[in-house]
Design a binder for this molecule. Structure first.
Ligand SMILES: C[C@@](CO)(OP(=O)(O)O)[C@H](O)COP(=O)(O)OP(=O)(O)OC[C@H]1O[C@@H](n2ccc(N)nc2=O)[C@H](O)[C@@H]1O
Ligand SMILES: Nc1ncnc2c1ncn2[C@@H]1O[C@H](COP(=O)(O)OP(=O)(O)O)[C@@H](O)[C@H]1O
Length: 293
């Protein structure tokens, strides 16, 4: 298939998990989850892609450690080529802004970006949604989520998605990205060690608290913030627990670790409270991003 030269710039946003329950462990060591993925526009990576005749992928980015064969973008390219035979020459410049090891799915988002581009350009070699989703899940459990752009509940290892409307109108989300790297593999292994036999513990679900009283409150009473990783991650990174407590002291109606961490989300009813809290964390050199629903 002849492919014209093309220069494309793609934006890869991130995700947070406002709910994450580990519901079981599979024979192969992967974990079954019930999680709520919420896409966020920033922080975001930028992929500048030059497609053209020839074959093979080349990646350059500021962080040499991310330019090798193990980069999720390279893995996505190889998986797509193997599945479809569509393998144009691709030179990718990756501008990383999503912190790694942050629980924001940066690597997965980059991979999904390239998969969507290749599938859009593959013509009659393109994969249908189901096949593309399955291929994505083989690259990373979070990659299927980034193939679509809606909040979604997920089960399985995170690849069985049910898009959902978020009733968070009026809330402001403050995303904190402490300069701490938490390895996803480490976090799952730590959870396994704390839950021998893979028995999920009691859901430590916390309800968004009203300004005046804790516990359930309308309209958020049916909205749970929970993350099974908090016990083990806060145990090894106590500073993250402190950041969560600071979010609540600064007026967050609820706060929760995102994914395997280290990022944390605070949900505020008052935008001004979120903005003041963001300024305070930034004064402490902690990157903070605000998103209004
Ligand atoms: C924890 C979560 C929550 O959304 O996200 P992050 O915190 O990484 O953003 C995900 O489950 C991470 O998804 P992702 O980062 O794509 O994981 P993968 O690359 O597929 O797997 C990395 C390793 O994590 C473990 N893993 C991943 C997913 C899962 N459901 N069970 C697992 O046990 C496996 O040991 C696997 O080898
Ligand atoms: N394109 C990529 N962007 C970020 N990390 C990548 C990428 N490709 C491979 N990786 C590796 O994947 C690991 C997990 O990165 P990332 O998905 O951003 O974190 P998290 O799993 O916490 O969401 C990184 O530590 C890095 O070694």
């Amino acid at each position: 298939m002849n492919i014209d030269r093309e220069h494309i710039t793609l934006t890869a946003g991130c995700k947070v998990n406002l709910y994450l329950d580990i519901t079981g462990v599979r024979e192969n060591g992967y974990h079954d989850l019930l999680t709520l993925f919420v896409p966020l526009p920033e922080p975001a990576d930028t992929l500048t892609v030059d497609l053209g005749p020839g074959t093979g992928i080349r990646i350059d980015c500021g962080n040499q450690a991310l330019c090798g064969e193990d980069n999720t973008i390279a893995r996505a390219y190889r998986a797509f080529a193997q599945a479809t035979g569509f393998a144009p020459a691709a030179a990718v410049h990756l501008e990383k802004r999503i912190p790694t090891g942050a629980g924001l799915g940066g690597g997965s988002s980059d991979a999904a970006c390239l998969l969507r581009l290749l599938n859009d350009r593959a013509g009659n070699m393109a994969l249908d949604a189901q096949k593309l989703n399955a291929l994505a899940a083989g690259i990373g459990a979070d990659v299927p989520f980034f193939l679509q752009d809606s909040p979604a509940w997920a089960t399985g290892i995170g690849e069985r998605l049910t898009p959902t409307a978020l009733d968070l109108k009026g809330f402001t989300l403050l995303l904190l990205c402490p300069r701490v790297h938490v390895s996803t593999v480490w976090a799952y292994r730590a959870w396994d060690a704390a839950h021998p036999g893979g028995r999920p513990g009691e859901k430590g679900a916390e309800y968004l608290t009203c300004g005046t009283s804790a516990g359930k409150c309308f309209p958020c009473s049916h909205f749970l913030l929970h993350n099974s990783f908090e016990g083990v991650v806060f145990g090894s990174f106590p500073e993250l627990r402190i950041f969560k407590e600071r979010l609540l002291r600064n007026g967050a109606a609820g706060a929760v670790l995102s994914g395997s961490g280290a990022s944390l989300c605070g949900l505020f009813r008052q935008h001004t409270d979120a903005a003041h809290a963001a300024d305070e964390f930034r004064r402490d050199n902690i990157p903070a991003f605000i998103h209004s629903f």
